[in-house]
Design a binder for this molecule. Structure first.
Ligand code: CTP
Length: 426
């Protein structure tokens, strides 16, 4: 059993350094990155860099058309390996780069995949190295992931849509396209996903789908309870832990709904987000979702009280020095209310609570678990983690107490999702 997290000061000690690649599922993976012709080739340069940073070995293969948009020199510099552009490349001892390259790969990622390249894949054509290598890959061991990139009319064309459907039926992972301004000056669907979106898709691809078929509902961030139109009370919470949990649940194959208090964090890929301000709004947003979700993770720092009467105009200071009269009423305990519902009681909805404590973590967290009526409670020392990227957790259920030692919140989120999946499956 690892060490139980200790309370720290609000500022906390300097954050521990975690190498970026220690956070990634791509660490040690061998990715063959194929580029076919399209202006989105410039994004492939960013993707290559991000993959290397995540700890993957990247072998670039380019078509002749791709080399019109970006040079092999650029891709060699970013990947740190010579780029392959021809099936007649004599560098390979057996002169069979299409075989050798595909045998080493954990996945082949074609980004960008042009309309023409997808049509070639569909027909099993093999007149240049990239399509030849895709055809020659051992299908059972080396997945093929393609990121389409083209003009909106080309994307919408029935020929392309037919090809996409058939490629999917053939077991090829065809990623979504982005929407927006296109290099040709038109606007619509067909842009290649951005490098960070592609990276997230690949992270998800290599995550075991332990929550497939589950619908995970997460609350995250603080709530804000207005006192008047310009002032309010809130809790110290960055939302980072809740957002990391939503991301980890999506990567693990779940449908994810995220009810977020006021935080400035980007919505994790694939996650449905509902923004709220107050505890009451959070409660209103949670209720319908708790009717359909199968897992509820209450990571939000919900304000316990709200002002009974919110002033409609700004409360002004006067010369007397009198302080305002504040009267609070208690907010609904969202977690406890959901945990009491029929679905939670019948086991159709697995509820997970959080406890942000300042001291005596284990005792307070266990008491809170029983008080809230949840099977699993995650304890942490609030002041030691607020706003930071790392944390340490204590997982408590009826029989066990497991400490997850100090780590980035993204890592802890993946571990928590893993522990929840274990309990759902047992
Ligand atoms: N919670 C909630 N609704 C509330 C208050 C808390 O859903 N009105 C949830 C939190 O999201 C968390 C758990 O209950 O999962 C515990 O929150 P915490 O603030 O640690 O505990 P409280 O119930 O507020 O108890 P106390 O302030 O006395 O520690």
């Amino acid at each position: 059993m690892s060490q139980i997290p200790q309370a720290g000061s609000l500022a906390g000690p300097p954050p521990p350094q975690f190498p970026p690649h220690s956070l990634s599922n791509l660490l040690g993976k061998h990715i063959v990155l194929g580029l076919s012709g399209g202006i989105a080739c410039y994004k492939a340069a960013e993707l290559c860099r991000a993959l290397v940073k995540a700890g993957a070995a990247v072998q670039v293969v380019m078509t002749e058309a791709a080399a019109q948009f970006i040079t092999p020199v650029t891709m060699q510099a970013l990947s740190g390996r010579p780029v392959y552009t021809s099936q007649w490349d004599a560098r390979e001892g057996n002169n069979m780069s299409h075989i050798n390259l595909s045998r080493e790969a954990d996945a082949i990622v074609v980004a960008p995949a042009s309309a023409d390249f997808m049509a070639k894949l569909l027909h099993g054509r093999a007149d240049e190295l990239l399509s030849l290598m895709c055809l020659a890959r051992p299908m059972a061991q080396v997945p093929l992931i393609v990121a389409p990139a083209m003009n909106r009319e080309m994307w919408a064309n029935p020929a392309t849509q037919r090809n996409v459907a058939q490629l999917k039926a053939d077991g090829i992972h065809v990623l979504d396209v982005g929407q927006g301004d296109q290099a040709c000056g038109e606007t619509g669907d067909g842009r290649m996903l951005e490098a960070d979106e592609l990276l997230e898709e690949l992270e998800a691809f290599f995550t075991p789908k332990r929550l497939a078929g589950q619908h995970v509902l997460v609350t995250a961030g603080p709530t804000y309870e207005a006192l008047d139109p310009v002032r309010g009370i809130t809790n110290l919470s960055s939302g980072k832990m809740g957002f990391a949990i939503a991301q980890a649940a999506w990567r693990a194959g779940a449908q994810v709904s995220l009810v977020a208090g006021p935080v400035g964090l980007a919505t994790p890929r694939g996650v449905q987000r509902v923004n709220v301000q107050s505890a009451e709004q959070m409660w209103q947003a949670v209720q319908p979702l708790a009717q359909v979700a199968t897992v509820f993770i209450a990571a939000a720092a919900v304000a316990d009280w709200r002002q009974a009467q919110v002033a409609t105009q700004k409360v002004k200071k006067d010369a007397s020095g009198a302080t305002p009269d504040l009267h609070f009423v208690e907010n609904t305990d969202i977690l406890a209310s959901v945990a009491r519902s029929g679905r939670a009681q019948s086991g159709a909805l697995f509820c997970v609570g959080f406890a942000a404590e300042s001291h005596d973590l284990q005792a307070h967290a266990q008491a809170k678990r029983l008080r809230k009526g949840v099977p699993l409670l995650v304890g942490n020392i609030g002041p030691a983690t607020f706003g930071r990227d790392d944390n340490a957790l204590l997982l408590l259920d009826e029989h066990t107490c497991e400490a997850l030692p100090q780590a980035p919140k993204t890592v802890l989120a993946a571990q928590l999702i893993d522990r929840i999946a274990q309990r759902l499956n047992s």
